[in-house]
Design a protein around this ligand. Sequence first.
Ligand code: HEM
Length: 288
Amino acid sequence: MNAPIPAGAMRAPAEGRRTARHEGFLGHRRFFWAWVALLATAAAVLLYALDDPWPRPNGGTALGYALGTAGALLILWLSLLGLRKRRYTDGQWSLKAWVSAHVWLGLALGVIATLHTGFQFGWNVHTLAYGLMLLVILSGLLGVWLYARLPRRLSANRAETSERAMAATLAENDRALKEAARLLDDRSAALVEAAIRGPAVGPTLEQRLSGRVRRCATAAARARLDATDPALETVAALLGARAALLAQMRRHVQLKSTLQLWLLVHVPATVGLLAALLAHVVSVFFYW
Ligand code: HEM
């Protein structure tokens, strides 16, 4: 006999819309910051092309200093996003506007700083600062791609709520499964019990990042139980709902872990860049 299923136990996981967390942050206010960045880049390239003498020596000309100052100020401002992210304001200077400006001006910085170097590179602190800047910019591009893949429900302030909601649905499903398993034969009941006890998300970093769980007990139970047996109808349905929920939880953790890993590159590289920038400026002005 099939046990009645409590409401909510088989609730299908809400299909997360694959909308970006910063939906449209690249095109915020009709690509306002993209245009600002493009104009700044074009102005820098034009001034560089018209500058005298040719070939450019390095950042030591008047234009070199101007581009260097603009680049350093941009780096300082871009680094402030870490602080800005932790405060809430709306409107013109919303986080969305900041991230939009951050991304586009960050890309313009790549061109401005390259022109500032005069294409002179060597094994020194100046090139180290330049290299770290490129690392931050390139990792930033990766970040844009990652954020564009984040479902809306994984947004910073809702991630915990959605995690709690998923855990609550799973607990409800498991209660119903336990109840239904009491009517099963020993072998089937053991499979269901193992499924309930199995880890919802992978315990290792590799499994969290891949979104998979090795030897998933829920998948094993689904494969081994005879779904055509009418006595197992309820259990099979509950296990199906459990598998769908686990897939959603694993994807959630996968995106969250990937993002944390990304921050572990972008932020420390920023700190390194700020240190190298300071060394670069100090050495230019005091030891040149
Ligand atoms: C030298 C240039 C850059 C510096 C110093 C910099 C620095 C930072 C810092 C400090 C954060 C905040 C991280 C946190 O605490 O959570 C951040 C976030 C971010 N950066 Fe950059 N960044 C630079 C360039 C770029 C570029 C060029 C891009 C994209 C093409 C980019 C994309 C992002 C994204 C998507 C975030 C996450 C924003 C969010 O969480 O809302 N960054 N960056």
